[in-house]
Design a protein around this ligand. Structure first.
Ligand code: CA
Length: 235
């Protein structure tokens, strides 16, 4: 699963840079534009998982864009956080009435906005952000970073943990080495595709003991998958 994508529609360049930097540090993939008209194009071609939308923009306003989004099936339910310099109660109500899910008044605290982004994404896509993943007899806790298999606690390195988490999110789906590098190591890191094999090897060694069934399937010529039957069964 790729990281959640966030579209920022904001004409204050300094704020856009600050938001992009902070969102990327939290692992989101960020796209930016300073025009509602351009945002509409992005929204129709490749809708993100969440939109940070400035209220006042040159040309079409943020309010108008939000209203239009709500009339289209594709973006009807897409989470929107409205950013505005005005904080009057009536304006606030007007913002929410256009269909925004949340409302942040400038100047705002960045950690506060990050918390709202997380909360909204969690509400919209619970499977992306639920705290515990379980498959067969394996349980992975994203908050405590603990992994158990049956009654045994597993000790995984940080890369093996992320690799297992990534695979467990989509049981049955076959990932190429390149997709695993993008999803687990990140797009900007240069590592050889064979690195994936090395870490899959370490992960298998950590989770499989004795005659325990291997939940990771090697798909010859393609890559790896988390076994769907294992995920459904109790083993
Ligand atoms: Ca503005």
């Amino acid at each position: 699963m790729t990281p959640p994508r966030i579209l920022i529609v904001e004409d204050e360049e300094a704020l856009t840079i600050l938001l992009k930097y902070n969102l990327e540090s939290e692992g989101y993939s960020v796209q930016i534009t300073d025009r509602a008209e351009e945002a509409e194009l992005v929204l129709s071609e490749n809708p993100p998982d969440l939109v940070l939308l400035d209220w006042m923009l040159p040309g079409m306003s943020g309010i108008e864009l939000c209203r239009r989004m709500r009339t289209r099936a594709q973006t009807e339910r897409l989470p929107v956080i409205m950013l505005t310099a005005r904080g009057e109660e009536t304006e606030r109500i007007r913002g929410l009435a256009t269909g925004a899910d949340d409302f942040v008044v400038k100047p705002f605290s960045v950690p506060e906005l990050m918390a709202r982004v997380r909360a909204l994404l969690r509400r919209a896509n619970p499977e992306l952000t639920q705290a515990k993943l379980s498959a067969g007899d394996i349980e992975l806790d994203r908050e405590t970073h603990r992994v158990r298999r049956g009654s045994r606690e597993l000790h995984l390195g940080p890369t093996e943990f992320r690799l297992l988490e990534f695979l467990m999110q989509s049981p049955g789906r076959v990932f190429t080495r390149e997709q695993l590098l993008d999803g687990v190591w990140g797009r900007d890191v240069y590592v050889d595709e064979r690195t994936v094999d090395v870490h899959i090897g370490r992960l298998r060694k950590a989770i499989n003991r004795g005659t325990a069934k291997d939940p990771i399937r090697t798909v010859r010529g393609t890559g790896y998958a988390f076994d769907e039957k294992f995920a459904r069964g109790r083993n």
